[in-house]
Design a protein around this ligand. Structure first.
Ligand SMILES: [Zn+2]
Length: 380
């Protein structure tokens, strides 16, 4: 999800993940620190690929406070505890408030750089070897931050993450539907300039119901001509018509969510036949009210219909989840660790050499020891 798409919030999600408790309060953890490289071992640690995560929603409160101090910006709260309370939002309007106040602290290339490296450390601690992350530059640019500062910061951060943490990052910047189409066209122009720095595709986020994909045909056409692939949000808060538009007009190679395609069996079959990968995020879908419970999540139906589904965390810190947690939930819904890896791999936008390296890493791993740990009964 991205800001603008939030439906009514579910009540506290009583789930737990190893050492991190999610029951009734919000927990922020720093992963294994900056020297970690992707680690495997134990029941839930197996190689992972994350294709649906918004970098602005990965910032831990400690880092947010530090950046706010440095930039002389008033943070939404002055302490880590206060920030946790502030971020324990309920409902769409509160999420918007949290999102804007949080991203409003990010002003300089160094800020964007740091949040990428922080997040890469979180990924390494979860055994994630590759990620295609989203970021939404329209909002900071609207506040006076330059496009260059945003793109340069994120791309520099990815370079450091690759070298120091062994996590390969690529980006699919998000056109925010709620901004004028011209802003989306500018975004694509900058994305094309940074193609050789790791920009591999374009996403579309924001208020899905109010701004259908058809409005953004032109920026996506420019992106396609320039060699960038399309991975828009569709079929999250809007129904099959949104997915149809994303496929036919935006030429989506992947769909962020796509879960509501199950409402149209013909469309679901077409997604399967075309080999379009859906980047599914179960916990986020529960939080935003797209599904009433995890037990009702359409992932099993999608898999049974032959749709390839990657699993991602969407907004891990803001939604109190993690890639590991979402993968655990997906395993509980019938996906497998190896299936998640292979489905994601069939949808990645990176160069052939990187894809081959990821394929070889998957082949080399002993998947018989990876079985995930689905949430205990009653929690779905
Ligand atoms: Zn999203």
């Amino acid at each position: 999800m991205s800001w603008g798409t939030m439906g009514p919030m579910s009540a506290d999600l009583p789930i737990s993940e190893g050492h991190v408790s999610f029951r009734g309060h919000r927990t922020w953890h720093r992963g294994a620190g900056h020297d970690a490289r992707p680690v495997f071992g134990g029941a839930t640690s197996y190689p992972k690929i994350e294709l649906h995560v918004h970098l602005e929603a990965t910032v831990h409160p400690e880092r947010l406070l530090e950046i706010a101090r440095r930039n002389d910006v008033r943070p939404p709260a002055r302490t880590v505890r206060g920030l946790r309370r502030f971020c324990a939002f309920r409902g769409f309007d509160e999420f918007i408030r949290v999102w804007i106040k949080t991203t409003g602290v990010l002003r300089h290339g160094r800020d964007f750089h740091e949040i990428v490296v922080d997040y890469a450390a979180d990924l390494a601690a979860q055994g994630c070897v590759y990620a295609e992350a989203l970021f939404s530059p329209s909002e900071p640019v609207g506040r006076g931050v330059t496009w260059q500062e945003v793109f340069e910061g994120y791309c520099d951060g990815a370079d450091e993450a690759r070298e120091r943490l062994g996590v390969d990052l690529r980006f699919t910047p998000d056109i925010t539907r709620d901004f004028p189409v011209e802003i989306g066209e500018q975004l694509v122009g900058w994305a094309l300039r940074y193609r050789d720095r790791g920009i591999v595709g374009i996403s579309l986020g924001g208020s899905e119901s109010r701004f259908p994909p058809e409005l953004f045909e032109h920026p996506f056409a420019i992106a396609r001509e320039g060699g960038l692939k399309a991975a828009p949000h569709a079929g999250e808060t809007a129904g099959p018509e949104s997915v149809r538009g994303a496929l036919d007009v935006l030429h989506a190679a992947r769909l962020r969510h796509g879960v509501r395609a199950v409402e149209d069996p013909g469309l679901l079959a077409e997604i399967a036949a075309r080999g379009v990968v859906c980047d599914v995020t179960p916990v986020s879908n529960l939080r935003t009210g797209v599904v009433r419970s995890l037990a009702e999540h359409p992932l099993p139906e999608m898999l049974a219909g032959g749709v390839r589904c990657s699993v991602g965390s969407d907004d891990p810190v803001l939604m109190d989840t993690s890639l590991t947690r979402d993968c655990d939930v997906a395993v509980g819904l019938g996906h497998t660790p190896r299936g998640m890896y292979e489905h994601a791999l069939s949808g990645v936008f990176c160069d052939a050499v990187t894809r081959e390296r990821l394929r070889a890493a998957g082949e080399a791993f002993d998947w018989t020891v990876a079985h995930g740990s689905p949430a205990p009964g009653g929690e779905r």
